[in-house]
Design a protein around this ligand. Structure first.
Ligand SMILES: [Zn+2]
Ligand SMILES: [Zn+2]
Length: 169
């Protein structure tokens, strides 16, 4: 099984990692659908990324049909934390960055623990109620209600995935 049939975007580093084509990244855990590896700039003692092997640009490309995927990503992230010895599941932080605050345009869930030990100078990137960072729970709520994440953000009829040129605020 080589993940055939999945679209690999050659210029996307997370596509390469997810398809085992980046030799510098160690995959910690993998299923047919998801992979997990360490964030290259860890903001906490444990900081992992969960990405779907399938190339999805960002959380703005998600809709109701992705609820199961987001739930599985979140469960997968928690499973990795447990395997890495994290016991206090209340002291963790899970979430997605929203464009234009995404560094790589391939959907990835940030999994951080313990959340009480997130580095101060990086904490602003992971504030749960900010526009920049959307927790898994908040994203699921929006998907279930079919609500755009950011007020004024146009999701309907937007086909230009990969460009963020429509975003002015
Ligand atoms: Zn990709
Ligand atoms: Zn990110």
């Amino acid at each position: 099984m080589a993940g055939s049939g999945e679209e690999v975007v050659e210029s996307c580093v997370f596509c390469l990692i997810a398809n085992d084509r980046d030799k510098t990244t160690t995959i910690i855990k993998k299923t047919k659908e998801l992979v997990c590896f360490r964030d290259i700039n860890p903001a906490a003692p444990h900081h992992y990324l969960v990405v779907p092997i399938q190339h999805i640009v960002s959380c703005h490309a998600l809709h109701k049909g992705h609820i199961g995927l987001v739930e599985r990503m979140s469960e997968f992230g928690k499973a990795v934390l447990r395997e890495q010895g994290i016991a206090d599941m209340n002291d963790i932080r899970l979430g997605f960055h929203q464009p234009p605050y995404t560094s790589v345009n391939h959907l990835h869930l940030h999994v951080l623990a313990p959340s009480s030990q997130i580095l101060e100078y990086l904490d602003h990137k992971f504030i749960p109620k900010s526009d920049r960072f959307v927790t898994d729970k908040r994203l699921l709520k929006h998907l279930k209600r079919n609500d755009p994440l950011v007020k004024g953000f146009k999701r309907k009829g937007e086909n230009s995935e990969g460009t963020s040129s429509g975003i002015s605020r």
